[in-house]
Design a binder for this molecule. Structure first.
Ligand SMILES: [Zn+2]
Length: 408
């Protein structure tokens, strides 16, 4: 376990926060710091064909040790961390033999990681937790995944008696700003399928995610002296209000769960002359997803008729539910499930209320379910990861490689 801890700490203490306002790949220069280290490390543990391209996408191969052909599989994770919270000077705290009580992350600022609020903590009593010091995120998302993949590959290199086919490893920048898969060269990767090690708690296995689109509504108003405005003023603020009132009020993130979709307005600004708001549209069901977009078009039409074409609606699809790409090759989920069960992990299979790199990769021709990496409370100061969960993820990777080697 010390090997895992040391490796993980050496990654999370390097700042790799991505930045959605940047146009470059990687979006931040500092991501190269860890990328270059990972290349060295992959070579050091004995991986072959280790490459890094101009956009910092890393790939490597563990050659097959079989004398027959079996499918080539891959394991993928991302090395950037979320722009939502600082990743500078991450100062991880190690809590050995966790006693189930409050963990004081930062005494001075009274920041407490408490099982009263984060009940999941209690399932890790007696285990070793790695937490933040309350001032940054941890970066277990997804440096836990990277730690696990490299540790598993190292284990397979050191244990040639374990038989496996060709294994490919891929590490990407910029997943957190939705661009992890964009420049991923699926052809060069050359795997039949892959798994992202980017889920949360132990046991998670995911192959369903949202269909996703974004929308921007812009309203052009007309400002006139309010005392003499009758029949003349067009108030963009008022029309925004009208638009929003025509949307289903209960279908919002704070009132939906499981497979329920939503509209989420996350930005609004305006005055009489000009108003605009932005939203995201999410639904697991492709039909309902399309209907949501139809509704926005209808509202726009209706109000444009009433207010003389002052509204512009721009919509863009972002990603789709990978389920339709996974179902025809469902054995790749079965293999992961079997791998977990064979080492006494109860698979937790549920739809993701978000997207993963894997959903985009699945539509790019690389079916790619998501497996737990072990961390909790991603993108904030309460993020933590139990070392035992990382250890188990390593074992799942090794087991999957074994199972694919004997797949009929
Ligand atoms: Zn992640």
């Amino acid at each position: 376990m010390q090997n895992i801890i040391d490796r993980f700490l050496s990654y999370v203490t390097i700042d790799t926060q991505s930045d959605s306002s940047s146009k470059t790949t990687p979006s931040t220069k500092k991501q190269w710091d860890l990328a270059n280290l990972l290349v060295k490390e992959l070579k050091k543990i004995g991986m072959k064909e280790v490459t890094i391209d101009n956009n910092a996408y890393i790939m490597a191969t563990l050659p097959s040790n079989l004398d027959k052909e079996v499918p080539t599989i891959g394991f993928i994770s991302h090395f950037d961390t979320s722009p939502d919270y600082s990743g500078t000077h991450v100062n991880p705290q190690i809590v050995k033999d966790y006693d189930g009580q409050d963990i004081v992350l930062n005494e001075k600022e009274n920041i407490i990681l408490s099982p009263d609020y984060f009940e999941d903590l209690l399932q890790y009593k007696g285990q070793t937790l790695i937490t933040t010091d309350g001032t940054t995120l941890l970066g277990a998302d997804d440096k836990a995944g990277i730690t696990e993949i490299i540790t598993a590959m190292e284990y397979l290199v050191q244990h040639p008696e374990i038989k496996h086919g060709k294994i490919r490893v891929g590490f990407t920048p910029d997943e957190e700003i939705g661009r992890g898969a964009h420049k991923f060269d699926v052809k060069k990767f050359g795997a039949d399928w892959a798994y992202t090690m980017d889920g949360s708690q132990i046991g998670e296995l995911e192959y369903e995610n949202f269909n996703a689109a974004s929308a921007k509504i812009t309203i052009k108003g007309k400002s006139v002296h309010p005392g003499y405005a009758k029949g003349k003023m067009v108030n963009a603020v008022g029309i925004s209000n009208e638009f929003i009132a025509l949307m289903p009020m209960e279908e919002v993130p704070e009132q939906t769960w499981r497979r329920e979709g939503f509209f989420h307005i996350h930005h609004i600004k305006g005055n009489v002359e000009h108003a605009e708001f932005e939203m995201i549209i999410r639904d697991h069901d492709r039909n309902k997803f399309e209907q949501r977009k139809v509704l926005l078009n209808k509202i726009t039409e209706q109000l444009n008729e009433k207010h003389r074409d002052c509204i512009t609606l721009e919509m863009k699809d972002q990603y789709y539910n990978m389920r339709e790409k996974i179902e025809p090759v469902f054995y790749i989920v079965e293999i992961a499930k079997k791998a977990m069960e064979s080492i006494d992990i109860k698979p937790i299979i549920k739809p993701i209320r978000g997207g993963t790199d894997g959903s985009q990769l699945s539509f790019m021709g690389l079916p790619c379910p998501n497996i737990f990496a072990g961390g909790h409370n991603f993108h904030g100061k309460y993020e933590y990861v139990p070392v035992e969960s990382m250890q188990k993820a390593v074992e799942v990777i090794v087991k999957i490689c074994e199972l694919v080697a004997i797949k009929k």
